[in-house]
Ligand binder design. Structure first.
Ligand code: CTP
Ligand code: CA
Length: 229
C-alpha cells in the first residue's frame, strides 16, 4: 500500500541543475546578458526535491529567490558556471541544463569603467564554453554516467533544431521551448514545451512551470543510471 512516507522516485539520487542567465562583463559596470529569470530551473529543483532528490542548482544572477530545500551555488559568468558544473557533474545521477548561458563574451574586460569619449566603436566577442556539451563529453563512455537533459530555446523550426542539439551534445532528453509563443519562455509563469528523447519519442507538455517541471522529471526517470546500493 502507498505510504505517506514512501520514498519518492528520486530518493537517494543527486540532481544538478543550471538555471538563470549568465553575465559577461566588458567593464565593471556593463555586461551582456538575457532576460532569463531561472524560474523553470528553480521549479525543476523544487519538483526534484519533492521526489526525494538531493539537489544542487548552479544559478546565474536572478535576484532574490526561494532557496529552501536545495543547495544553491551562485555564479555570474558562463566560465564560472562551467567550473562549478564540471566540479560536480561526475558525481550526480541527473544533470539538467536549463540555464540561458550567454553564447558570447567580450574578448577583453576593462579593469576600469570605459568612458564614452574613449569607448570602443565595436565590441569584439568570443564564444563562451558550452557548459552542457563539455559536461557531456566529460562523462561520455563512463560505465555510470548521469542522465543528461538540455533545453533548447528556439523561435523557429523548434523540433528540428532541438533534435540537432540533442544529437550534437550527446543528450538523453531535450526540452524544446518556443520562446516566441505566448505563455512560454522568458519570465512567464506558464510554459509549453516539447520533450524529445534520444530514442525518438516526442511529447508536448503545458501548464504552470511547477506542473511542467513535475511531468518533465517523470519523463527523465527512464534515463537514470542504475541506483547505487
Ligand atoms: N548551453 C550551455 N552552455 C552554453 C550554451 C548553451 O550549457 N554556452 C546549454 C543550455 O543550457 C541548453 C542547451 O545548451 O540546455 C541549448 O542551449 P541553446 O541556447 O538552445 O543552444 P545553443 O547550443 O547555444 O545554440 P544556439 O543558441 O545557436 O541555438
Ligand atoms: Ca545559445
Amino acid at each position: 500500500a502507498a505510504s505517506l512516507f514512501a520514498p519518492g522516485p528520486l530518493a537517494g539520487r543527486r540532481v544538478l541543475i543550471t538555471a538563470g542567465p549568465t553575465r559577461e562583463y566588458l567593464d565593471p559596470v556593463r555586461f551582456i546578458s538575457n532576460p532569463s529569470t531561472g524560474k523553470m530551473g528553480l521549479a525543476l529543483a523544487e519538483a526534484a526535491r519533492a521526489l526525494g532528490a538531493r539537489v544542487t542548482v548552479v544559478l546565474g544572477p536572478v535576484g532574490p529567490v526561494d532557496r529552501q530545500g536545495y543547495e544553491v551555488v551562485d555564479v555570474v559568468s558562463a566560465e564560472d558556471m562551467a567550473r562549478e558544473v564540471f566540479a560536480r557533474v561526475e558525481d550526480v545521477d541527473l544533470f539538467i541544463a536549463s540555464a540561458a548561458v550567454s553564447d558570447w563574451k567580450p574578448e577583453t574586460r576593462s579593469e576600469h569603467k570605459v568612458k564614452k569619449s574613449e569607448g570602443p566603436e565595436a565590441l569584439t566577442l568570443v564564444r563562451t564554453t558550452d557548459v552542457l556539451a563539455e559536461a557531456s563529453r566529460k562523462v561520455a563512455g563512463r560505465a555510470r554516467r548521469p542522465a543528461l537533459v538540455g533545453f533548447a530555446a528556439e523561435t523557429q523550426r523548434v523540433v528540428e533544431y532541438a533534435r540537432g542539439k540533442l544529437e550534437r551534445k550527446g543528450l538523453d532528453v531535450i526540452v524544446a521551448n518556443d520562446v516566441s509563443a505566448p505563455g512560454a519562455g522568458f519570465g512567464t509563469e506558464t510554459n509549453q514545451v516539447t520533450v524529445l528523447t534520444r530514442d525518438g519519442q516526442e511529447r508536448t507538455l503545458s501548464g504552470t512551470k511547477l506542473e511542467v517541471a513535475r511531468a518533465l522529471l517523470r519523463s527523465f526517470l527512464a534515463y537514470l543510471p542504475a541506483a547505487e546500493r
